[in-house]
Write a protein that binds this ligand. Sequence first.
Ligand code: HDD
Length: 721
Amino acid sequence: MIQKKSAKAQSAAASAPGRPSPVPPSIDEPTEPTEPLPPKDDQRGPDPVSATGVPLDVPQSARSQSGAYLTTSQGTRLPDTDHSLKAGDRGPILLRDHHLREKITHFDHERIPERVVHARGAAAHGVFRSYGSASSLTFAGFLAEDVETPVFVRFSTVLGSRGSADTVRDTRGFAVKFYTAEGTFDLVGNNIPVFFIQDAIKFPDVVHAAKPHPDREIPQAQSAHDTFWDFVSLHTEAQHHTMWNMSDRGIPRSYRTMEGFGIHTFRLIAADGSTTLVKWHWKPVAGVHSLVWEEAQLISGMDPDFHRRDLADAIEAGAYPQWELGVQVLEDTADQTYAGIDLLDPTKIVPEELAPVQPIGLLTLTGNPINYFAETEQVAFHPGNLVPGIDVTDDPLLAGRLFSYIDTQITRLGGPNFGQLPINRPQAPVNDMLRDGMHQTAVHGGVAPYRPNSLDGGCPFTADAASGGYVEVAQPLPASQKVRAAPASFADHFSQPRIFYRSLTEVEQQHLIEAYSFELSKCYEETIRLRQLQALAEIDTELCAAVAAGLGVEAPSASEPPGEVEPSPALSQVGGEWPVAGRQLGILAGGDSNPAEVAAAVAAAAEADLTPLVIADVGGVLGSGDSAVPVSRTLLATRSIEFDAIVVAGGRRPSPATDLMISEAFRHAKALGAWGDADALIEHAGCPTDAPGVVLAGRPADLIAEITTLLSRHRVWDRVV
Ligand code: HDD
């Protein structure tokens, strides 16, 4: 549609700074719209969803499936979908059977390529509410005070295929799409604050090394194999990230208990034009918490969907997962370093003790996806999706990512129009000049998708900063020659992993030593094991010696004695108390257990916001009448890994299954308890009842109160097993 404008408006547009030359004055057009144009129908943002994920205000007709009768894809009603059209009931199938061909053809094309990395994921809808505390640093609208922005968050593992297990030792993706009024902002981070490589050109190398071996395609979803350790032991800038993987961070208890990090340094721009460098942090309200390794391995077999299920169940139960977004605020100096740390090096952190994380908003996940494929699978993140007030830095890893993410969607989502998929549509009006292409669903009006034009009234117009345009910060470039090289400040690969190791508590260090020993023992090549030990020797002598002892080889010496570093206690997960909402409590009952007591334990646990699950030999109910208690799990169908803590009801008799459940929970440093005579079951399982974190009580309610306190500390860290 051609829009007319007054001569006055035209001259104002022509004189605006940064505008291209105006069209010749003899032409009455183009015109400047006086009001922003409303979004076109195909530019609708994602459907708003209720807390339970049900779309709000979406007419039934807008849903893909509606009506009572089965139809073809063209809406013709069908009488039968169970039998092909045949020449007689025992005769050949006829080619003219359109329904058969349509059904099978569509089925044949149901799969799209999985993501080359981060293929396995789970996601949720939610909302981000900003505190306004970042508004002095950036004019980004969604970070102003009390602004609510819809979000879609996808968590993932990195290495495994779509069907792999959730609890493997790996990095986790933490990608957040903010549908802001000024365009979509994607914060595409991980649960580990550093990366394997400093330059994006090495990404195919690290991924090829970490993925299964190209000949047999094993092992699935894990780093415990020769090619991974071959690469990271040669390419020592990977040592810091690798150490986080070997720590408990590599096996989170839940997506809800992971920290998230933007990793790269970003630049914020304030209203007065001043700039600040920041590092993004997500802090889980439930606290950072991990599995223990044996538990993680068991879960991979017992419940490969453990994290996916946990996220969806928590949201459905109303225990909405929450994270605070925070920033480390770092001065934007000419050399872009802080306390001697090169802020452009993505293998380095800035310890929180040097630059505290300042909270700027709260993320709450409130809705499960309605359809996995449409939303979780088809969502396309891109670190280059930025909004005014936020810019990137020259981190060479980030620069390569800015290219890769759009590129990969073209293969994965089948063409350049993936931004029109409902989950990827911005909530801000879109008025681009991108046209046609595979899977184009927009019906673009106008005849002039080019600029300058007069035929479309000169639309679309460009927006300068005052009109909300994204204007890059004018950043001075270093005077230099073009080179393929890394700066000297990227050369230290060992002091930060040393800080990490030395900041952990003893139990966390022990887990890390065992993880290295486990992984390296899976390598067939002795040279690779020894080369990795050499890297550990450069990091910390004791760590190297402990892993070497585990492998039964002599520890190598460092090329120079590892230097002193200042530990960063914030890196440890141990310590602190956290909300227990949604944590799973197993109540092991049956036999002569008193149903009224079991019901009292269930009620007390629910009152404490825990999720109580009664375990018995057979399903159904315990007791009868008013005191009947439903059984949630049978001993045959569950295992200790499902629970964060276990209590045993008085009257319960021991069995091999109860022995296994109790001893496993004990070994995995979980809170354990018993009321009545059930302490005998704990002893029968070979666990001392006077060990830390084993609680005995006369009344179920008292027991639950003590167990809740233990759970708020996540695990019984001081239990020696
Ligand atoms: Fe990446 C996916 C995070 C470096 C190339 N990446 C992907 C996802 C996350 C990250 C969370 C999954 C998004 C989703 O849920 O759909 N990637 C990171 C982080 C990095 C990083 C935190 C370093 C700090 N990535 C990185 C580099 C490259 C890529 C250096 C390439 C040069 N990443 C991709 C990709 C993926 C991807 C191939 C696969 C699927 C996708 O993009 O959409 O383009």
